[in-house]
Design a protein around this ligand. Structure first.
Ligand SMILES: C=CC1=C(C)c2cc3[nH]c(cc4nc(cc5[nH]c(cc1n2)c(C)c5CCC(=O)O)C(CCC(=O)O)=C4C)c(C)c3C=C
Ligand SMILES: [Fe+2]
Ligand SMILES: [Fe+2]
Length: 352
């Protein structure tokens, strides 16, 4: 009996994977507008709408000149889009080569600069996917990053495709392995491995944001505990927080104080960016220029920074794991952490 084409060809599911990232200015003229968008986000500054816009105008105009000087070290703009595009390409190629039955296109949606989430949503609507997977390039969930991007998407998307939200993956086995392997390999190359102290540095948050129920710090800490447990040889470590902005009290210890302390104690430092998965101003300028200078002045024997995971193949596998988990799940929010310990911002807990 002759079979029709539709019977012979199994249905290929069209999947849109949307990678969320923060975004960054392309050139010096963009810096103030980018900063305005960041400080006008209610998840960053929790004030009523009109007041928040006023505060965002003030801070962005005051901060723009010093920020431009820092972006000038990177040619005037942020490499974050190029880095994110490389991750999108690597993930799309990995899924195409390893997964049957789906056609996945990987999109990028930035929160505070082009390509904005809102514009990418239009591209996704034209692609007409059977399902959409939201995948933040933030392994640890924070209301200031992941939740903010989820909200921007929900506001813009008017289609009907089922949505899967990956809330966090700081506990993903391949994420842990990518870090542990990179650390173990780098320690072997250090001049003074016996004096090495690992500094896991994450972007900080105001204490008030943690106090209102943000699970970010807990997820940073539990991920680091797993990485430490999977290292082949014991080594000292500290978790610290960088990139403080404004007068409020931020979570600590701060990365700069932790570097100075290591200098006083005669240590070498291997610095691991644990919450950034690409290179940008906070790694290339703050860690590689400002803190390298600080370390030299503080008497740190060697100051070595591991690159962000970027397109590390084991990290791309972690992203792929999360996409497959999302597609295979009936839950709308996917995260492999223990939600019993989570706070009110966890979207997975809200769903339960
Ligand atoms: C884990 C990721 C991040 C968290 C959490 C986060 C919170 C947060 N950030 C600011 C203020 C600024 N962040 C800036 C840059 C920046 N932040 C992240 C990531 C997280 N932020 C990235 C990846 C970048 C780099 C963007 C780029 O240009 O490539 C900046 C701009 C730079 C500067 O002027 O220092 C600001 C400002 C706050 C206030 C906050 C939580 C409340
Ligand atoms: Fe930030
Ligand atoms: Fe949770």
């Amino acid at each position: 009996m002759k079979r029709s084409n539709s019977e012979a060809v199994a249905h290929i599911k069209r999947v849109a994977v949307l990678l969320f990232n923060l975004g960054g200015p392309k050139n010096p003229e963009d810096v103030q507008g980018f900063l305005y968008n960041l400080f006008a986000d209610k998840n960053i500054i929790n004030l009523p709408f009109g007041l928040r816009q006023g505060v965002a105008s003030l801070i962005s105009s005051r901060r723009a000149e010093s920020a431009k000087k820092n972006y000038a070290y990177m040619g005037g703009g942020s490499p974050i889009l190029k880095e994110t595009q490389a991750q999108a390409d690597a993930l799309e190629a990995y899924i195409a080569a390893n997964t049957k039955g789906i056609e996945a296109k990987v999109f990028i949606g930035m929160r505070y600069w082009h390509p904005f989430v809102e514009a990418t949503v239009k591209e996704i609507e034209s692609y007409a996917p059977d399902e959409i997977v939201l995948l933040p390039l933030y392994p640890q969930f924070s209301s200031t990053t992941t939740l903010s991007s989820f909200q921007a998407f929900q506001k813009a998307y008017k289609g009907r495709a089922p949505i899967k939200q990956i809330c966090c993956y700081s506990d993903n086995d391949h994420f842990i392995k990518a870090h542990a392997d990179a650390i173990a390999a780098k320690i072997k190359t250090l001049k003074n491995p016996q004096d090495c102290r690992l500094l896991f540095s994450a972007h900080g948050l105001p204490e008030s944001i943690i106090a209102r129920g943000d699970p970010y710090k807990e997820q940073v800490e539990s991920g680091v505990a797993r990485i430490m447990a999977s290292l082949p040889t014991p080594v000292e470590h500290t978790i610290c927080y960088q990139s403080r902005v404004g007068p409020m009290k931020w979570i600590g210890p701060s990365t700069d104080a932790t570097i100075e302390k290591a200098g006083k104690e005669g240590k070498s430092i291997l610095l691991v960016p644990i919450a950034f998965v690409s290179e940008h101003i906070e790694t290339l300028v703050e860690l590689d220029i400002e803190y390298a200078h600080l370390a030299a002045g503080a008497g740190v024997k060697d100051y070595v920074r591991l690159p962000a995971l970027g397109v590390n193949p084991t990290f791309i596998k972690a992203l792929n794991d999360e996409v497959l988990k999302a597609l295979g799940s009936t839950d709308t929010v996917i995260g492999d952490h223990d939600c019993a310990k989570c706070h009110k911002f966890c979207p997975k807990r809200k769903m339960a």
